[in-house]
Design a protein around this ligand. Structure first.
Ligand code: SAH
Length: 358
């Protein structure tokens, strides 16, 4: 490339970044240019400024409790898929979940996230009971237990659930179909719309670096998040998992994950966005890189030690004996302070200060 081409190119990129930073909107074509560009640092720095301006220096901690690793689904990338016979399955009982919720409160956190595979043995009535009891502890409750019926979402909301995480995983229908046999993209979108209408704070997101995924598809993912006005976005690199159909594929690229986080912050300036565990696993200093690319949330693992290594969505979340986890609360606190950021002590709802023109 000649010097002049380089100049035009870099000037064009700089213009795009500054337009995004001021207007929080961009065409798909220009998003693709940024996703393919080598200017990760410049994009992340702009996202960091927008993060500071709209959501400040506070990093919210959400205590993650992995309640069951039983799952009836067949997602090609996930270690919990029903056909993975090599993992030992567990399901926490009510007492264990409440014990973890109390420990989360005692540690000073204000949110618990109950996450699990799609475990049909968990009855919604029992879950509602658990939600009610956790509410008595004055904690915010986020659920992440997959696709349910409208009525089930409504019952859980009535019981006191505040937020729901359900990643769309990819918005490309063909890719979705390939990776999720016997599942329906349209039903997943229906779930997200139901959750919004029921008044949940809604989180979605995607996997980055799936086999067959292009920059075009990733740009469309970001525009989808904006379109449904998501309150929270979780994204991380795809990490190949043993005993799944994608075990021999290449994993997601960290630079692209950082550009995705940064572009999402630039387009949706006031959302809550975690530096995810998968990024922490995949990259050296992954949490710090995420916090510098627009993230303002981290989810420490507040579950029981005996189960942590069994919740094996992908490898590397725990040490082999399960005694150490990547998302350990004390480590996370230290790194937030080392970054001169502030540990959140509030519930940390989304404060909508920017009107999304849609
Ligand atoms: N059953 C719930 C929770 C799924 S687990 C649901 O359907 O929403 C939470 C997230 O882990 C998934 O949404 C997926 O994006 C991510 N995940 C699963 N397998 C992964 C892998 N191999 N690499 C990286 N992330 C993965």
């Amino acid at each position: 490339m000649s010097r002049i081409d380089y100049q035009i190119n870099y000037d064009y990129i700089k213009d795009l970044i500054s337009y995004l930073e001021n207007e929080h909107t961009l065409s798909k074509e220009n998003l693709v240019i940024l996703l393919k560009s080598e200017y990760t640092d410049e994009i992340c720095q702009a996202a960091d400024r927008v993060r500071k301006k709209f959501v400040g220096d506070v990093v919210h901690l959400r205590g993650l409790i992995e309640i069951s690793n039983y799952c009836c689904r067949t997602c090609y990338y996930c270690g919990l898929r029903v056909y993975n016979k090599s993992i030992k399955r567990y399901r926490m009982d009510e007492n264990e979940i409440l014990q973890c919720a109390k420990a989360t409160k005692d540690a000073g956190l204000k949110t618990v996230v109950l996450q699990g595979g799609e475990d049909k043995h968990f009855k919604i009535k029992d879950l509602c009971n658990i939600v009610e009891k956790i509410k008595d502890l004055d904690l915010s409750i986020t659920l992440s237990i997959g696709e349910l019926t409208t009525k089930e979402y409504a019952d859980l909301k009535k019981a006191g659930a505040d937020r729901y995480l359900l990643r769309i995983e990819t918005t490309n229908k063909d890719l979705y179909k390939k990776l999720h046999p016997n599942m329906s993209f349209d039903n997943r979108v229906r779930c997200l719309i139901d959750l919004k209408e029921l008044g949940y704070e809604v989180g979605t997101g995607c996997l980055i670096g799936l086999p067959g995924q292009t920059s075009d598809m990733l740009a469309e993912d970001i525009l989808f998040f904006k379109n449904i006005d998501a309150d929270m976005i979780g994204m991380g690199p795809f990490i190949p998992t043993p005993n799944t159909p994608l075990e021999n594929e290449k994993g997601g690229n960290v630079e692209i994950v950082l550009k995705m986080l940064a572009l999402t912050r630039l387009l949706l300036p006031d959302i809550n966005m975690p530096a995810t565990t998968a990024l922490g696993v995949k990259a050296d200093n992954g949490y710090i890189k995420g916090l510098r690319a627009g993230a303002n949330v981290i989810m420490p693992n507040m579950g029981l030690n005996e189960y942590k290594k069994l919740y094996a969505l992908y490898p590397g979340k725990t040490s082999d004996d399960g005694s150490k986890v990547v998302n350990d609360l004390e480590n996370i606190r230290k790194l937030i302070i080392s970054e001169n950021r502030i540990i959140g002590h509030e519930k940390g709802d989304r404060k909508k200060i920017w009107k999304n023109p849609g």
